[in-house]
Design a protein around this ligand. Structure first.
Ligand SMILES: NC(=O)c1ccc[n+]([C@@H]2O[C@H](COP(=O)([O-])OP(=O)(O)OC[C@H]3O[C@@H](n4cnc5c(N)ncnc54)[C@H](OP(=O)(O)O)[C@@H]3O)[C@@H](O)[C@H]2O)c1
Ligand SMILES: *[C@@H]1O[C@H](CO)[C@@H](O)[C@H](O)[C@H]1NC(C)=O
Ligand SMILES: *[C@@H]1O[C@H](CO)[C@@H](O)[C@H](O)[C@H]1NC(C)=O
Length: 269
């Protein structure tokens, strides 16, 4: 059949991989250059990557929510009914991942075609593993509900939903930007649009990550669970790294980049 080889081209000078759009004539070398091919192994498309990464947590969480007998076992001390916040958390968690799946299919436009298969194994360990860990504690029959009761849950829910909506708005805005960008072949600075959720673009370069953080903080407040807080914290670190990266790319690419913008947290980071 048609075998396709995925590879990185490397110039030994820098040891950095060349990007698809870099033209050979423009590289900082003389008339001869040695190029190194690095085989990246089997590949899988981004859409497929995300579908696999996100369906895992969805179903893993259900296994804990429905208290599959092999998970918690049977114990006379276990009450048979669930606290209302446990039901709400399950709805929020499912909503989050279903939203991601729908976005992956209908909203995102992927600029890099594929991802090495070995990365997806690593990512799944991370996402699926954490989903199981969080689900174990939240759905535990002896789970203790939030200290401040319904007030705390309501506040958390508002935060969660607002940030989900914000995150979605940003993805739509970025997707529109890419559609226009593909036509004109240049990348652009994202600006706020008429949608108020996108106004965060006045203050940060990556509002999608800011909202993502807000979502998980909301979920932490709602469930008042230490593992959820830890997961939120790790997400925050990871997203700050990505956001700082993107932020410096913007600054390098655009001389007129708005100076008020930070990477992920307005005025701070
Ligand atoms: N290596 C990295 O720097 C990096 C960064 C973020 C995520 N990731 C991986 O992505 C996975 C999930 O992260 P995430 O949910 O935050 O996704 P994401 O990082 O925002 O997206 C990862 C990839 O999907 C593309 N993409 C995402 N949304 C898009 C959209 N609306 N339109 C077009 N392309 C879009 C990005 O393309 P663009 O490159 O055009 O943005 C990027 O190549 C993680 O497993 C992580 O490993 C890697
Ligand atoms: C989030 O924003 C960053 C920076 O603008 C972008 O690179 C990334 O693709 C976005 N993620 C999604 C899922 O749109
Ligand atoms: C928010 O955006 C990030 C990155 O663009 C994405 O990975 C995440 O799934 C989104 N979060 C929510 C809450 O939808």
């Amino acid at each position: 059949g048609d075998a396709q080889l995925y590879y990185h081209l490397q110039l030994v000078l820098e040891g950095k991989s060349l990007r698809d759009e870099e033209a050979l004539q423009l590289l900082p070398v003389g008339t001869t250059a040695t190029l190194y091919f690095k085989d990246l192994g089997p590949q899988i498309g981004w859409t497929m990557v995300f579908l696999i990464e996100y369906t895992g947590p969805l179903f893993i969480y259900f296994a804990f929510y429905f208290r599959m007998p092999f998970i918690y076992g049977l114990d006379d001390r276990f009450p048979s009914s669930r606290h209302p916040v446990v039901n709400l958390a399950c709805i929020c968690h499912s909503f989050h991942y279903i939203k991601r799946l729908i976005e992956t299919i209908f909203v995102h436009r992927f600029s890099h075609g594929t991802m090495p298969l070995r990365n997806i194994v690593k990512n799944c360990f991370y996402y699926w593993g954490f989903a199981a860990w969080l689900a174990y504690y939240i759905n535990h029959p002896l789970y203790t509900p939030p200290s401040y009761g319904q007030k705390q849950v309501n506040l958390a829910l508002i935060m969660f939903l607002t940030c989900e909506a914000g995150n979605f708005s940003i993805h739509v805005a970025l997707s529109n930007l890419r559609r226009d960008g593909k036509r004109s072949k240049t990348s652009k600075i994202p600006y706020p649009t008429k949608n108020p959720f996108t106004w965060l673009f006045y203050f940060v370069s990556c509002p999608n990550y800011t909202y993502e953080l807000g979502t998980w903080i909301g979920f932490t407040i709602m469930t008042q669970c230490v593992p959820v807080g830890l997961f939120t914290f790790l997400c925050f670190i990871q997203m700050s790294v990505w956001a700082k990266d993107k932020h410096s790319t913007y600054i390098r690419e655009f001389k007129d980049y708005p100076s008020l913008r930070m990477s992920i947290i307005p005025f701070l980071l």
